[in-house]
Ligand binder design. Structure first.
Ligand SMILES: Nc1ncnc2c1ncn2[C@@H]1O[C@H](COP(=O)(O)OP(=O)(O)OP(=O)(O)O)[C@@H](O)[C@H]1O
Length: 448
């Protein structure tokens, strides 16, 4: 396999050092710059994998100001680039500051080429890993469920299941608590199916009074009842060539259950007050948060309809059973909404992150969305547990071993990051893991 050519940008005002470094890295494509403006130009053009940046650049060759500004500009222009800061004795104290500004690492002169090679190799490796990771994510997102954010293995396998089902025409019953993403997954069934160019029509059976539901679903002919001034097409007919989603199917009255069953068997409908049978070609997706088997046992739901709407059944776990997801989704919405509203992303405070991962989320993703939305509107700085209106301390719920381990891991990482003021190298040392491992853990916990 051909390795992609990766560029190393060397920024130093000393021509001797530039030459020495070019020689040391002759297996990479090196670009040499002597000052900040030319370095920024090169970064914009080449987006180098790694930059070796001297802190003492002209006009401030004896201080760090120009080098630190260059660091900021480089990372703004090319956030994936790994910047290694080179300092002289005098600027040593600025090395840590550079890392807190986003530099990958620092190196104290005088140069030891072998040592520096090692650091550059590691930076390149991380750069390559991140690029591969991003490519894989994009590839899998390209055919995944639109808008579904998840790192949970359970949800990923549900996503795979939905993708497979979407290619067929079977009816799908999605079962899960309120706010877990049942409608989002139903839309996924539609948009990944051959009906995606057709309409997606959703109707919530629980939200419409029983006496109106029939005409909403089946439509009505003019004069069918008082007030029926003109013939109106119902939701089922609107879904022709597309997908009909019946949300809260468990709330469908028994009389309509019989009618729906007929529609599903015969693929035709009759509008209220009409005599004509109208052929409809649609795919059915239903969702419910109630226990349909219990409803069947109690006589509230027809068993034959249950088998008809649930040719395939998908169970969506609540957010509390997906410990990988709450922080990831929280970060996603905070990024998206602060961007949409033209606000600087305030980020989460440590206690905010802890509260999000400890809370049991009875309202699932919808509740998470509304707490973040509210906090974004009211918080003054980083979003804390109080801004989210959540308790700081974990509740007394019993955790599975897996969740307990993940929480303990998250706690340690947060403490290490707080204690080191966000310095990855230092935090990795405290946690006794390598820096790439810490990067990976930060990603997994949605902390980056
Ligand atoms: N994994 C997820 N990633 C991103 N957004 C999500 C995810 N799950 C749910 N959402 C969002 O959360 C909100 C609630 O989801 P959705 O309406 O699909 O839930 P639901 O299970 O159908 O709820 P209900 O039973 O109350 O109708 C929506 O805005 C949806 O886009």
């Amino acid at each position: 396999m051909n390795e992609p050519t990766r560029t190393l940008l060397i920024v130093d005002d000393d021509p001797g050092i530039r030459g020495q470094l070019k020689w040391a890295f002759d297996d990479l494509e090196c670009t040499l710059c002597a000052d900040r403006p030319s370095a920024i130009k090169a970064v914009r053009k080449e987006a180098p994998a790694v930059v070796l940046l001297d802190l003492g650049l002209p006009p401030d060759t004896d201080g760090p100001s120009e080098g630190l500004s260059a660091l900021r500009d480089i990372l703004a222009a090319s956030p994936d680039t790994k910047v290694i800061i080179m300092t002289g004795q005098k600027e040593r104290s600025y090395a840590l500051k550079s890392v807190s500004l986003g530099a990958y690492d620092f190196y104290e002169k005088p140069l030891d080429v072998d040592e520096l090679r090692l650091i550059v190799r590691r930076a390149l490796k991380l750069y390559d890993l991140e690029q591969d990771n991003r490519r894989l994510q994009l590839e899998s997102q390209a055919n995944a469920i639109p808008d579904l954010i998840t790192a949970s293995p359970k949800m990923k396998s549900i996503g795979d299941q939905i993708m497979r089902l979407a290619k067929t025409d079977v009816s799908v019953l999605i079962i899960g608590d309120s706010g877990t993403g049942k409608e989002l997954l139903s839309r996924g069934v539609h948009s990944l199916s051959r009906r995606s160019k057709g309409p997606f029509i959703a109707i919530n059976c629980a939200a419409i009074p029983e006496n109106l539901l029939e005409s909403e679903l089946f439509g009505y002919e003019r004069g069918a009842f008082t007030g029926a001034h003109k013939t109106t097409i119902g939701k089922i007919e609107q879904a022709h060539e597309g997908t009909l989603m019946l949300d809260e199917i468990g709330d469908l009255p028994l009389s309509l259950q019989a009618k729906l069953l007929r529609v599903l068997q015969e693929k035709t409908i009759e509008r209220v007050g009409g005599r004509k049978q109208i052929a409809i070609n649609f795919r059915m997706v239903c969702a419910t948060n109630c226990d349909l088997e219990k409803a069947i046992a109690e006589g509230h739901f027809r068993e034959d309809l249950y088998y008809r709407v649930g040719e395939a059944v998908v169970q969506v776990p609540p957010l509390r059973d997906r410990p990988e997801d709450a922080l990831l989704i929280a970060h996603h919405f905070l990024d998206t909404w602060s961007h949409e509203q033209g606000l600087k992303n305030p980020g989460f405070a440590g206690d905010g992150l802890a509260a999000i991962s400890h809370y049991h989320w009875p309202g699932n993703v919808r509740e998470l969305q509304s707490r973040i939305k509210r906090a974004l509107a009211t918080a003054n700085g980083r979003i804390s547990a109080a801004d989210l209106d959540l308790a700081e301390s974990p509740d007394e719920q019993i955790l599975t071993i897996k969740m307990a381990r993940q929480r303990a891991e998250l706690d340690s990482i947060q403490k290490a990051m707080a204690q080191t003021d966000g310095n990855i190298s230092e935090a990795a040392r405290l946690l006794d893991v390598s820096r790439p491992t810490l990067y990976q853990l930060l990603n997994e916990h949605g902390l980056r």
